[in-house]
Design a binder for this molecule. Structure first.
Ligand code: NAD
Length: 374
């Protein structure tokens, strides 16, 4: 359709969630899909009625009329695919994390500047209804001055069934869900980090990435700010219900989230006053065609599982991310999670792991604006 942004989605596990969103967005279309396994590719293509199907990512780069590529492949591929997409003159969205080395992060910043295209890291944690609610309260001045922030992302991936590359993965290499709400609410970049590793994971996992720790906990100093924040990650051999949360403490009120999944946020509004609050959905910020995808999932007691309409999930964040990426392209502006910001958020984790491996020394986070030459 003339005038619509033509998007290809690469990687159709989590990536399939975004197909209906591009299809329904008034300014976009899901022009093509790509993944290596042809059988699954065809199943997804048939399910969503997408005709253009590719098993080789490189073929997408040669499609002149294609505007944008949304990358949702395994972690090691994010950086090389993003750079290839930008170098081919395509706008690029990438699932988290941006990359797994500092050098890759800086190369993406450089490639984006050279291409002058939109880059967006599709960080779900800064478009959940909880994040959008607290951001609104911060902007209205309800918290007063922010004094401290804490983020955590705890997951137990010791169970079988995950793709191989996960086992033994350094927890801080996938820290953006815990880092990003803090830096976004503080509206500041990270400057430096110290991190300690704690505990030990099983030997066969340690060998894969030479990363021994069960938990990594970092203190992050923010640039041009009096704030520090704390980030905790665990991935293996530590029992905890899945948790992706942030706490923010202010002079007038504070928010904490979450002890048990589904229990909601707690608002502290006085020394003795604390209560649970129900945050609203934020479909009203979106075009009506995709607003329905911000709704909550339905919990099935019998199977102990929450089911979502396809395209929803992760706190209602997917349609907001899709909308922001598409609108940044239409409006010819940088996205809300542009390459510099994504690099800073991602390098907090990379530098934190480096610090932990060196016994907790301070590691400065590179500043893309100064270090990238082009
Ligand atoms: N909340 C979030 O932001 C969130 C949630 C889930 C997953 N993710 C990220 O999404 C990514 C994918 O996760 P997943 O669970 O779907 O993983 P997965 O390994 O199940 O799926 C990866 C997909 O990529 C395809 N693929 C792999 N290599 C490819 C290549 N060279 N060319 C084309 N396609 C290729 C595979 O065929 C598969 O469809 C991961 O990097 C993960 O970090 C983010």
């Amino acid at each position: 359709m003339a005038g619509k942004i033509k998007v290809a989605v690469v990687g159709l596990g989590f990536g399939a969630e975004f197909i209906p969103l591009y299809q329904k967005h008034p300014d976009a279309e899901c022009y093509a899909i790509c993944q290596r396994d042809e059988k699954h590719l065809n199943e997804i293509g048939d399910q969503f009625g997408v005709e253009r199907r590719y098993t080789n990512f490189k073929d997408l780069l040669t499609i002149d009329e294609l505007d944008a590529i949304h990358i949702v492949t395994p972690i090691n591929d994010h950086a090389p695919m993003t750079i290839a997409a930008l170098n081919a003159g395509k706008h690029a969205a990438s699932t988290v994390p941006m990359a797994i080395t500092k050098e890759e992060c800086l190369k993406i910043v450089q490639a984006r500047r050279k291409a002058n295209k939109v880059y967006m890291m599709m960080e779900t944690a800064v478009y959940t209804r909880e994040f959008l609610y607290v951001k609104e309260q911060v902007e209205k001045g309800e918290l007063g001055k922010i004094q401290f922030l804490r983020g955590s992302h705890q997951q137990n991936m010791s169970l079988p069934g995950w793709p191989d590359y996960w086992y033994g993965f350094p927890p801080m290499y996938y820290a953006t869900h815990a880092v990003s709400p803090l830096l976004a609410l503080a509206n500041a970049d990270a400057e430096s980090v110290v991190c300690f590793g704690s505990g030990t994971i099983r030997k066969e996992y340690v060998e894969k990435y030479n990363s021994p720790f069960a938990i990594e906990t970092a203190l992050v100093r923010l640039r041009n700010s009096d704030l520090a924040c704390e980030v905790t990650r665990s991935l293996f051999d530590t029992i905890r219900q899945y948790r992706e949360s942030f706490d923010v403490y202010g002079t007038k009120s504070s928010f904490e989230w979450e002890q048990i999944a589904g229990e909601g946020m707690v608002l502290h509004s006085g020394f003795e006053d604390a209560r649970r609050i129900e945050v609203p959905d934020y479909g009203r910020l979106l075009p009506k065609e995709i607003a329905q995808y911000t709704v909550r999932g339905v919990y099935d007691d019998e199977h102990e599982h929450t089911s979502f309409i396809q395209g929803a999930g992760h706190g209602g964040s997917h349609p907001h991310l899709t909308h922001e990426f598409v609108r940044a392209i239409v409006e010819k502006r940088e996205s809300s999670i542009d390459a510099e910001r994504a690099a800073n958020w991602t390098m907090v984790g990379i530098c934190a792991h480096e610090s932990a491996m060196k016994g907790g020394v301070q590691v400065d986070i590179p500043k893309p604006r100064q270090e990238v030459k082009y």
